[in-house]
Write a protein that binds this ligand. Structure first.
Ligand code: NAD
Ligand code: AOT
Length: 312
């Protein structure tokens, strides 16, 4: 089983490492010069709950790749997905399964420009990961994956179930879901709270969760996601979604994680995925006539912070 990790940043490093430890033939794919040079020279250095591990994984620029993959797992940021898929088009055959676990809403149309619907598997993940520098990943806590075939029919479903089995085989705790649209909104609501708040307030999830403002902010943002989701045939269980967000607060599980949006803007001065998270809810809210005042404000504030910092 030849697996390509399209975007070998934080989460791609976690999935690539865990899949390779389980014996799969993993190739990392990226375009970040320093990261590629560091991994080629020293391997991928992983701080695994405080223990240093070294993974000797092959890493290539897209144009260097030869042959095709059986499975491509996409782990770019939302803004980089289309360019990545264009760059690795020659490695995707009619038999290649393509898995997208990016945060946010609206990746289906981007992916369907590049792969047939029958091969496309979409989902979301509760795993976390961080990069502390080129070639260095920091991995804490546990997580899960929820995924589903986008194409219809038994063959597409069997393909998705096989990918879930393969990920679970690597300890990635993946479940086939018959309703991934639900879990995607549920995960997006979580990101709509913790990614944006930790980025604006410059803190980790435990620090945000310990504030007296966390609860009212979380309730309002989850309600806005649920109001919009209802217009797309997704009935979120608001209490369960809020409880899921609260599971990210304890410091002894994953509360010490700095969300990827924080890593982008605060650590690396990069533009964020907010337009695919709270921004998507604001746009859809306008379309459906649903008020989304917190998502509107949060999106504007994150963009203001990007501008103040002159993020690239
Ligand atoms: P990241 O920025 O650490 O990694 C993305 C990588 O993709 C980078 O190394 C970048 O160089 C590479 N890349 C982007 N475009 C490329 C292109 N055209 N060609 C080659 N390489 C390219 O991001 P991440 O934190 O790993 O997040 C990936 C996705 O997973 C995001 O949607 C994020 O929201 C989601 N996610 C992240 C976490 C987390 O804890 N980090 C948790 C759950 C979900
Ligand atoms: C996260 N983090 O999704 C994952 O950093 O973008 C991210 C992200 C699972 C639970 C809590 C936070």
């Amino acid at each position: 089983m030849k697996i390509g990790i399209a975007g070998a940043g934080a989460l791609g490093s976690r999935f690539g490492y865990m899949l390779s430890e389980a014996g799969y033939d993993v190739t990392l794919i990226d375009m970040w010069d320093e990261h590629i040079a560091a991994i080629r020279e020293n391997g991928l250095i992983i701080d695994w709950e405080g223990e240093e591990r070294v993974a000797r994984l092959p890493i290539f620029y897209p144009h260097e790749l030869e042959g095709t993959f059986d499975l491509v797992c996409c782990f770019t940021k939302a803004m980089g997905l289309d360019a990545m898929l264009s760059a690795i088009e020659h490695t995707i055959s009619e038999n290649t399964s393509l898995l997208c676990l990016l945060n946010g809403i609206g990746h289906r149309d981007t992916i369907l420009k590049h792969v047939p619907v029958s091969n496309f598997i979409i989902g979301n993940t509760m795993w976390t990961a961080g990069l502390t520098g080129p070639g260095h990943a920091h991995l804490i806590g546990s997580g899960s994956v929820s995924l589903e075939n986008v194409g219809e029919g038994e063959a597409a479903k069997a393909r998705a179930i096989e990918v879930a089995r393969l990920l679970s085989d690597a300890g990635l705790n993946a479940q086939y879901s018959a309703d991934v649209k639900y879990t995607t909104y549920r995960k997006a609501a979580l990101n709509g709270v913790v990614n944006t708040m930790c980025t604006l307030l410059e803190c980790n999830m435990a620090s945000f969760g310990a504030t007296s403002s966390a609860e009212p902010i979380l309730q309002q943002i989850v309600n806005e996601f649920a109001d919009v989701a209802a217009h797309e045939g997704v009935e979120l269980d608001r209490d369960e979604v809020m409880a899921n967000v609260r599971t990210t607060f304890p410091a002894d599980t994953i509360g010490k994680h700095y969300p990827s949006m924080y890593q982008d803007l605060v650590r690396n001065n990069r533009r964020t995925e907010v337009d695919y998270i709270n921004g998507a809810i604001s746009r859809k809210g306008k379309q459906y006539g649903v008020p989304t005042p917190f998502c509107d404000l949060v999106t504007l504030l994150v963009h203001a912070k990007e501008e103040i910092r002159d993020a690239a």
